[in-house]
Design a protein around this ligand. Sequence first.
Ligand SMILES: NC(=O)c1ccc[n+]([C@@H]2O[C@H](COP(=O)([O-])OP(=O)(O)OC[C@H]3O[C@@H](n4cnc5c(N)ncnc54)[C@H](OP(=O)(O)O)[C@@H]3O)[C@@H](O)[C@H]2O)c1
Length: 291
Amino acid sequence: MAEDNKLLIVGATGFLGRTLCELAPNEWLRVAASRMGDGHRHIDLMDASSVTSAVMDERPRWVINTAAMTSVDGCERDPARAQAIHVDGTRHLVRACEMAGCGLITLSTNYVFDGEMGVYKETDEAHPPNVYGQSKLDGEAVVAQANCQGIVIRTAVLYGHRVGCRPNFVTWAMGALERGEPIRVVTDEWTNPTYVDDLALFILEMCDSDYRGLLHFGGRDFLTRFEMVERICAIMGYDPQLVTPTTSDAFGQPAKRPLRAGLDTGLAAGLSKIKPMGFDDSLLEIQKTYH
Ligand SMILES: NC(=O)c1ccc[n+]([C@@H]2O[C@H](COP(=O)([O-])OP(=O)(O)OC[C@H]3O[C@@H](n4cnc5c(N)ncnc54)[C@H](OP(=O)(O)O)[C@@H]3O)[C@@H](O)[C@H]2O)c1
């Protein structure tokens, strides 16, 4: 029998994983799982037996999978590893959840879309422009076939500040600008960036829901990466002259990025009380804890 108040959070050393561990209310018993152990349960998504034994031992109400190969260019260079983590790893989780009788919430991305069309709903057809997006989409298909309660949440450009995590786009820009280093930022990649605390609270809310299937969750404001940095300069007082506009083509990254891949979050909004923060307000929140 699954324990009704237990969450097994996979990828607990990552940005979203740490945020979930921190923000989950006390009525949930949190079990953190990560690849390296680190006082956590050991789960390597590439090792089916580690997944099965952790899920069967813990028998949580929900497994929340935040683990992924989040280097989009890394996935392009090593598609076999992307497949092993995002598709085979998801299959290991689904099988373990089916055996343990628990639900699975897992994360996906706006990069399943080619970005030709702008804002996408859950019902829009996905055309991934890169290996990362394709492998995440293939992982979604595994959850769609599961014989357990499965929720896939697509999100976009996570940002926020959490101690111990690698920089995200916003904290990377803040760090460089604070040190007075010039940065190049693309003007043509546009989406609704997502404040990680809002996403974590939304996921935790879904733990009380009987929803199954796909959901889009993103921020309230739609911005290019360049506009994000303009707002950062305006709010934090950094020198905007340090920021040089460029384009995705000129940037020359190995994996193609979708240019207009905003997420329509209407379906999630109808299920949830969480109102995503405006971008400027979230920067003010980050500023409170940044140093
Ligand atoms: N970050 C974004 O902008 C963004 C945008 C859209 C969607 N998403 C999705 O949101 C989710 C959370 O992203 P995030 O930014 O929190 O990611 P993150 O900070 O990069 O964390 C990913 C975690 O996955 C773990 N991991 C990698 N390979 C693993 C494996 N084989 N087995 C177990 N754990 C493994 C990493 O552990 P190690 O430290 O041991 O490597 C790390 O803790 C992911 O599904 C991502 O695809 C993120």
